[in-house]
Write a protein that binds this ligand. Structure first.
Ligand SMILES: *Cc1c(COP(=O)(O)O)cnc(C)c1O
Ligand SMILES: [Zn+2]
Length: 447
C-alpha cells in the first residue's frame, strides 16, 4: 500500500495521528480530532471540472458501491478504504424537493427540502454509519457502540447487522426516544441498553467505557462518521447542478451534522468543484439551544445548558460533543444559530407535512428556524435556500398524532387535521361527504 491519503488531526493544536489508530481526542490537548485528507494529492489527481464529471458519470451506476450517495464520493470520504470493505445498503440519493408552500409564505425565491428521512433507516445517520461501520470492519473491530437520541442507534444497528462477527451495543436514555426508534436496534439484533438518565449522561458514560476498553465508539465524536455525513453537502450541490445554494439550514443537536456539512462544502471549494460557500444556519429548539445562545452572546464563552423537554427529541442535547467544530464551520460561513419555540416547531412541521412531505419535529426545527431568519431579514427574499430534513416523520408518529389531536401541552395547533369519529354506517359517511344530504356537515379543521 502507498502512503495513506488521510490522517487524524487535532482541530486545536494540529498534531496528527494515523487514521487506523482508534482514538477520539488529541493526546496533547484533548481537543476533537478530524480526518484530514492530503488535498495536494487530490488536487493533482483532477481539477474541479474533472471531479464534477467523475461524480456525474457515477449517477448512472446501477450496481456496486458508487450507487450509494456516500460512496459515489469515495475519494473525498475515505480514500484509503478499499471498496471491498465498504458496508452499504446503499444510502443517500435522497430527494431535494422544491417547496412552493414555503416559498409562498416566506416570500423567498427558491426554497428546497433535502429529505434525509428517505435513507434506509429513515434518517441521515445512515450516511455517517456507512462510513463508520465500514472503517470498523476495515480495522477488524468486533464491538461497536453508541449512545443515541434514537436515530444513531437505529443506523448503527442496521449497518453492524450486515457485518459477520460484529456486535453492536446501543445505550439509550430511558423514555426519551420514540417507540419506532426503540424498535429499530432491537429488530437489528443489537444489545439494547436503557439508562434512567438523559442523552448527555449516556454519552459521557459510554465514552468513558470505550476509552478504557477496545470498543469502537460510533458517536459523532468519531471523526470517521463525519466523513460519511459530509456527503449530504456533496449530494445537495450535485443535485443543484453544482450551483451551491446561498443557505443551508440544519437542525443541530450534537452538532456533528452541521460540522460535517460545513466540512463537505469546504472540500468542494478547496478542490475547485464550487467557487463559493453557502452560509450555514443551525437551528435548535429553545429548550436545548446552547449554540443559539452562544451565537447571541458573540461566542464569548462555551455555553452548556441542561436540556429541557422538547418535541424535537433527537436534538434534546444541552452539551453538544461537536460544539467547537460547529462553531468554526458556522462562523467560517458567516452563518448563525437560531432557536424556535415548541409551537413554532410543530406548526412548521404541519405546514410542510401538508404538502405531502412527511418530516419529523427535528427537521421542523430547521423549517421554523428558516422562517424566523427570513422574517428577521437575515435571509433575503432573492436567496436560494436548502433546508435539511434529517429524519422521516414516521419515526415520530406520536408527536404528529398528538399535535393534530390538540394533545401537546402548551401548543394550540394552527394547522390541526383532526381524526373524525362517526358511527359505522353509510348514512353517517354520506352526511360527512355529500353536500345536499340532510345533516351534511363537512368539518375542515385548521383552514
Ligand atoms: C441526530 C439527529 C439530529 C442532530 O444531528 P447532530 O449531528 O447531532 O447535530 C437532527 N435530527 C435528527 C432526526 C437526528 O437523528
Ligand atoms: Zn491537540
Amino acid at each position: 500500500m502507498g502512503r495513506p491519503l488521510s490522517r487524524l488531526r487535532c482541530i486545536d493544536c494540529g498534531r496528527d495521528y494515523p487514521l487506523d489508530e482508534i482514538r477520539y481526542e488529541c493526546d496533547a490537548c484533548s481537543a476533537l480530532l478530524e480526518v484530514a485528507h492530503d488535498f495536494d494529492r487530490l488536487q493533482e489527481a483532477r481539477d474541479g471540472p474533472a471531479w464534477r464529471r467523475l461524480f456525474d458519470t457515477r449517477l448512472g451506476e446501477t450496481s456496486g458501491t458508487a450507487r450509494s450517495g456516500v460512496w459515489r464520493y469515495h475519494e473525498l470520504v475515505l480514500p484509503d478504504l478499499p471498496s471491498g470493505h465498504v458496508v452499504t445498503k446503499p444510502e443517500g440519493n435522497t430527494n431535494l424537493y422544491p417547496s412552493e408552500r414555503l416559498q409562498e409564505i416566506s416570500r423567498t425565491r427558491d426554497v428546497r427540502i433535502k429529505h434525509e428521512g428517505e435513507n434506509p433507516t429513515l434518517s441521515f445517520k445512515d450516511r455517517g454509519m456507512s462510513a463508520g461501520v465500514s472503517w470498523a470492519r476495515h480495522l477488524g473491530v468486533q464491538q461497536v457502540a453508541c449512545a443515541s437520541t434514537g436515530d444513531t442507534s437505529a443506523a448503527m444497528a442496521a449497518y453492524a447487522a450486515q457485518v459477520e462477527g460484529m456486535r453492536g451495543v446501543v445505550v439509550l436514555p430511558k423514555d426519551k426516544v420514540s417507540m419506532e426508534q426503540l424498535s429499530q436496534p432491537i429488530a437489528s439484533g443489537c444489545l439494547t441498553v436503557s439508562l434512567p438518565t438523559d442523552f448527555d449522561a449516556c454519552i459521557r458514560l459510554l465514552r468513558d467505557v470505550c476509552r478504557r476498553h477496545s470498543i469502537y465508539l460510533l458517536n459523532s465524536v468519531n471523526p470517521v462518521r463525519i466523513e460519511g455525513q459530509k456527503s449530504i453537502a456533496y449530494e445537495t450541490v450535485q443535485q443543484l447542478n453544482w450551483e451551491p445554494p446561498d443557505w443551508m439550514v440544519v437542525p443541530v443537536g450534537n452538532a456533528g451534522n452541521i460540522s460535517a456539512i460545513g466540512k463537505g462544502l469546504a472540500d468542494l471549494k478547496t478542490l475547485g468543484i464550487i467557487d463559493r460557500l453557502p452560509r450555514l444556519l443551525g437551528a435548535q429548539p429553545e429548550a436545548a439551544a446552547p449554540l443559539a445562545r452562544a451565537h447571541q452572546e458573540g461566542y464569548r464563552e462555551h455555553v452548556r445548558v441542561k436540556a429541557g423537554d422538547t418535541v424535537a427529541t433527537a436534538i434534546r442535547i444541552g452539551d453538544p460533543v461537536s460544539y467547537d467544530k460547529a462553531v468554526r464551520a458556522v462562523r467560517a460561513s458567516n452563518g448563525a444559530f437560531i432557536s424556535s419555540s415548541e409551537q413554532e416547531i410543530m406548526d412548521a412541521k404541519a405546514l410542510v407535512d401538508r404538502t405531502g412531505l412527511y418530516i419529523c419535529p427535528n427537521s421542523a426545527t430547521a423549517v421554523a428556524g428558516f422562517l424566523k431568519a427570513r422574517e428577521q431579514g437575515m435571509i433575503a427574499s432573492g436567496e436560494r435556500v436548502v433546508i435539511v430534513a434529517t429524519a422521516h416523520g414516521c419515526k415520530f408518529s406520536q408527536a404528529t398524532i398528538d399535535y393534530h389531536g390538540a394533545r401537546l401541552p402548551g401548543i394550540a395547533p394552527r394547522f390541526a387535521n383532526r381524526v373524525v369519529e362517526i358511527a359505522a354506517d353509510a348514512g353517517a359517511i354520506e352526511r360527512l361527504l355529500v353536500p345536499g344530504v340532510p345533516g351534511f356537515s363537512l368539518r375542515k379543521d385548521g383552514e
